[in-house]
Design a binder for this molecule. Structure first.
Ligand code: ACO
Length: 309
């Protein structure tokens, strides 16, 4: 039996910062941000740390999976903005959830983190090591954003997603995955000595368009499927133009692309799960649908997966 997503949730902080708010503090404008990135607003955490966002999303995921915290065998938290280097966010939420039987660790793969955690959880569930793995994708990117740098300040937001991974019925679940990394591209996207995100936007853009397309095609083949079988594409929500390029590569119609970036900006490890959670809530993904997840991020890293819902 395959591992699959038993439940998925999201938590985003209340505070909304619109493009018009940013116009007041940096040399940018709503039109530029919307047309170049697709972003209209983002959420910013005030008085909440990364572990608080993670905990809130995790509580919801456990509740909707109808399992108790002590049934969780492993907690994997994908994040590049932990409260501190250690204890890990995974250990912090293990305490808060009282998940006393769970091992816990953080996964660092930037925006590909959710897929890295998903693929790791699949191994532990399918090898029968654990019945349930709780995965979380969470970021408080606002604390590593230089709010005076218009190249990056317009792009990022805070948020969390959590999913319970367990066995699902025959033929469903995570049918295939692909993970990859190219450390030679690390120089294009990193946390600088001032602890802010430093990014060569054009290089990252080119890499993302190429790699997301290739990975999406590759996981579909690995699952023994063709592009025509795909019902929905949920890409990492970094830039609408990159997302559209992936959709075109798969020759999918407009309505089969998850577009949630306008509301949240780029929430890195949280973005794919937040989008997936919103699409499910909106009834866009139904039972038996073939869903492709694909992401890229700092590292550089990439990952993709095919899920039969
Ligand atoms: N407002 C107004 N003008 C701006 C802004 C802004 N916020 N930012 C840049 N500009 C200007 C530039 O200065 C430039 O002006 P010039 O032509 O006078 O020099 C012009 O707009 C065009 O700039 P480009 O960098 O060429 O714009 P581009 O179309 O490449 O868009 C962007 C920039 C949005 C950053 C794009 O390159 C991109 O999305 N790249 C990928 C970023 C990404 O996905 N990062 C993932 C990070 S995930 C993680 O792991 C944390």
């Amino acid at each position: 039996m395959n591992a699959g997503i038993i439940s998925i949730s999201k938590y985003v902080p209340d505070k909304v910062i619109t493009n018009f708010d940013l116009e007041k503090t940096i040399d940018t404008n709503d039109e530029w941000i919307r047309t170049r990135t697709g972003i209209e607003e983002r959420r910013i955490a005030e008085g909440e740390e990364t572990s608080d966002l993670a905990y809130k999303a995790a509580q919801k995921a456990l509740k909707s999976a109808e399992i108790t915290a002590d049934q969780v065998g492993l907690i994997l938290v994908a994040t590049v903005t932990p409260d501190r280097a250690f204890p890990s966010v995974a250990c912090q939420i293990q305490e808060k959830l009282e998940a006393k039987n769970a091992a816990a660790m953080d996964v660092s793969a930037a925006c590909s983190g959710f897929i890295y955690a998903l693929a790791t959880a699949k191994q532990f569930v399918e090898s029968n090591a654990y019945d349930y793995v709780l995965i979380v994708g969470v970021e408080k990117l606002s604390k590593v954003t230089d709010w005076n740098d218009r190249n990056t300040a317009v792009l990022f937001g805070d948020g969390a997603t959590a999913a319970v991974i367990g066995k699902v019925s025959e033929g469903r679940g995570i049918l295939s995955f692909e993970l990859g990394a190219d450390g030679t591209g690390g120089k294009h996207l990193f946390l600088n000595d001032d602890r802010y995100i430093s990014m060569n936007g054009r290089e990252v853009f080119k890499f993302a368009v190429r790699q997301m397309g290739e990975s999406a095609v590759s996981v579909i083949e690995k699952a023994g499927l063709t592009k025509e079988d795909v019902d929905f594409l949920v890409p990492h929500q970094a830039n609408i133009r990159i997302m559209e390029a992936s959709r075109e590569r798969l020759e999918l119609p407009e309505e089969k692309l998850s577009k949630r970036i306008h509301k949240y900006g780029n929430t890195s490890s949280a973005s794919i799960g937040i989008a997936l959670s919103d699409e499910l809530e909106a009834g866009k993904i139904k039972e038996d649908d073939i869903v492709v997840l694909v992401g890229f991020g700092g590292g550089l890293t990439w990952g993709a997966a095919v899920i039969k819902w």
